[in-house]
Write a protein that binds this ligand. Structure first.
Ligand code: GDP
Length: 446
């Protein structure tokens, strides 16, 4: 199950449960069983899933639910917290400091994307002002040095390696020494991978690590590795001091749940994810926005970033004010549609808004959704100011709807459909009343 589907299944399970008139143990168990199945199908390790289920049961108090509290919110928050707990080992990884030499060693199986990721990591830091360098200590795979050389040259990053020398430890030490002298502040050592875990590989890794004394060892893991992720990550961790994880190929049809397992196995955070073959298809990984998006709760920090990027500066405070007032008029919907159309990949933006993602903007149907939004806007163009600014649903009687339909050259049923959409969104936005727009990464207000 790919991550988007996982999120969808969990959201649907929560939705179904909140539709039940009485939430008793059975309803809660059914809901948790669906969530459990979805996580297992996404390759999260069995033990983690079982613990998550037990923890949620302990946290969620059925009496609270019976007392009419917002059940979905309580359980969603518990699921959110538990998933964050799996993904966040509680301690940050070592972060290199600009101007101070750091050695970072990359480990992982062959084909995991290690060499590509080394360059991405170097390139990312170079753009931020670091002076990185790459050392190819992979003497096992023919062509590894060529690949690194090619990538490094493209990114204009200095590199070191040898076609002749077969001792990876020697190359690693020479490379690190050379770049220290050249005052590089981020020396990245790429090591060999093997097709499968084997003693020789781990011994080699240990020796390279002992000789170069890395400040950070990064374990690179292919997101499609599946249930094997936990054991694989643990095997690496037992051989070298893995301090961080990078999960690659998150752009594919990967069952990203393996990433959750890898964090648990190495007790090290995921720091970046690879989202493509190109150098800049590389993203910093943040636990809370990731899980939040996964559960369709909206990624507030991503949404805020987009707002800052797209909504004109002078309109930002007004929009946020309107959001927190929770008074959602048709004019606000119109303005939001305008913003959304400007924001670029429309599905991406929508998935950041709480409650919006699945209904209005089904994945893979972005074009259709965009056309629908434009159609709605044409109809709203035929509305009077009174209609646009009113939040009274009774105002829209039949004769007004007919007038709007005629003015926009549309059917009355389309106007009705648009008003239904408005009501749906107004309901969601009314929940934001009094909401403090959270600061980056803080999801506690949701
Ligand atoms: P290594 O053997 O671990 O060093 O793996 P490579 O760096 O050679 O990568 C193996 C293959 O995976 C190459 O074809 C890469 O282009 C590809 N690859 C690496 N990272 C990503 C990623 O994030 N997304 C996609 N789609 N492909 C990737």
């Amino acid at each position: 199950m790919v991550l988007a589907e996982l999120g969808g299944s969990i959201s649907r399970a929560l939705q179904q449960m909140s539709n039940a008139t009485v939430i008793d143990e059975k309803v809660l168990n059914d809901c948790l069983n669906v969530i459990t199945r979805a996580l297992l199908q996404s390759d999260v390790q069995f033990k983690l899933v079982r613990d998550l289920q037990t923890n949620i049961k302990n946290i969620v108090n059925l009496d609270d639910l019976a007392a009419g509290h917002n059940k979905r919110r309580i359980i969603q928050q518990a699921v959110f917290n538990e998933l964050c707990k799996i993904l966040d080992p509680g301690k940050p990884s070592f972060t290199p400091k600009k101007g101070k030499t750091s050695v970072v060693m990359f480990v992982g199986l062959q084909g995991s994307g290690k060499t590509t990721t080394c360059t991405k990591y170097a390139y990312y830091h170079q753009k931020k002002g670091w002076k990185p360098a790459l050392v190819c200590a992979d003497t096992f795979r023919a062509g590894a040095f060529d690949q690194l050389k090619q990538n490094a040259t493209k990114a204009k990053i200095p590199f070191y390696g040898s076609y002749m020398e077969s001792d990876p430890v020697k190359i690693a030490v020479e490379g690190v020494e050379r770049f220290k002298k050249e005052n590089c502040d981020l020396i990245i050592v790429d090591t060999s991978g093997r097709h499968k875990q084997e003693a020789a590989l781990f011994e080699e890794m240990r020796q390279v690590s002992e000789a170069t004394k890395p400040d950070l060892v990064i374990f690179v893991m292919d997101s499609s590795i599946g249930q094997a992720a936990f054991d694989q990550a643990q095997a690496f961790k037992q051989s070298v001091a893995v301090g961080a994880v990078i999960v690659t190929k998150m752009d594919g049809h990967a069952k990203g749940g393996g990433a959750l397992s890898a964090v648990a196995a190495t007790k090290s955070p995921v720091i970046f994810i690879g989202t493509g073959e190109h150098m800049d298809e590389f993203e910093v990984f943040d636990v809370k926005p990731f899980v939040s998006r996964l559960l369709g709760m909206g990624d507030w920090s991503g949404f805020m970033d987009k707002i800052h990027e797209v909504v004109p500066m002078d309109q930002q405070p007004e929009l946020l004010q309107k959001l927190s007032e929770g008074n959602f008029t048709l004019r606000i919907m119109y303005e939001q549609f305008q913003n959304i159309l400007k924001m670029g990949p429309i599905g991406q933006v929508f998935s950041m808004l709480p409650g919006f993602s699945a209904e209005l903007m089904p994945k893979g149907r972005e074009k259709e959704s965009q056309a629908k939004i434009k159609r709605y806007m044409t109809m709203m163009d035929s509305m009077t100011n009174e209609e646009l600014d009113s939040s009274n649903p009774k105002l829209m009687n039949e004769s007004r709807m007919m007038r709007i339909a005629r003015g926009a050259g549309r059917q009355i049923r389309e106007v009705m459909e648009m008003l239904e959409e408005y009501k749906r969104l107004a309901k969601i936005w009314s929940k934001m009343k009094g909401l403090k727009i959270p600061k980056k990464g803080d999801m506690s207000a949701l």
